[in-house]
Design a protein. Structure first.
Length: 218
């Protein structure tokens, strides 16, 4: 071969390599964009049923109100009977679209299925362990599970909590877990008693203003 033919061959080879490199980069970038979009789509399913869920840390108390149990059973039904079949169908369709290692729909669908299965296993086991409390205690003047308690802090500010199980607490709704330090300190107390707990900012104290139990135990 002449020097000029060798140069021409090298130029062609370099051009092909550059073209292949551009195609690879474009494919990777496209895969990233698709994966991001699909991740966002599946995260919407996440937030609808499990957005705020966190498994209780350590051994939690096995008590729950009727309304709390109903919510857990409704969530279990939604995940197992409705959402899981939908995600399974989406994963099945995504599996038809070529290389699964770069298939965002397939990757995030499989991830969501693992999350659903993990939550379903937890709910099934937890529901077997729980005791649904439907009756008030024998001494309704004292604070126990399901009590509605009005407290007054050292500044004179009042707040009302209902003491519920660890699977249903929501402080924004005034639902305090019976496993929380404040709830533990309140157990057995009655109106006019004082409780104190150690908080990050120091000791905090409250007076018990009122105690009652909802007529509807739900």
């Amino acid at each position: 071969n002449t020097p000029s033919s060798r140069i021409g061959s090298a130029t062609t080879s370099n051009g092909q390599q550059a073209s292949n490199t551009r195609r690879t980069k474009n494919a990777i970038e496209g895969s990233r964009v698709i994966s991001y979009a699909l991740k966002y789509r599946f995260s919407a399913w996440n937030s609808s049923t499990m957005g705020r869920w966190r498994p209780p840390v350590g051994k939690s108390s096995p008590y729950i109100t009727p309304a709390g149990e109903a919510r857990l059973r409704a969530e279990l039904h939604q995940l197992w009977k409705i959402e899981r079949p939908q995600v399974t169908a989406a994963v099945h369709e995504a599996a038809k679209n070529g290389d699964r290692s770069e298939n965002g729909d397939y990757i995030y669908g499989k991830k969501r299925l693992r999350e659903i299965d993990r939550r379903v296993r937890y709910l099934q086991k937890r529901l077997e362990e729980l005791t649904v409390v439907t009756e008030p205690p024998s001494d309704p003047s004292r604070i126990y599970f399901n009590a509605r308690v009005t407290l007054e802090d050292e500044d004179g500010t009042e707040i009302t909590y209902r003491i519920v199980g660890p699977d249903e607490f929501d402080l924004s709704q005034g639902l305090l877990s019976m496993d929380a330090p404040l709830a533990r300190a309140l157990m057995g107390k009655r109106a006019d008693d004082e409780v104190s707990i150690e908080a990050p900012g120091g000791t905090r104290s409250w007076y018990v203003v009122a105690v009652d139990y909802p007529i509807n135990q739900a």
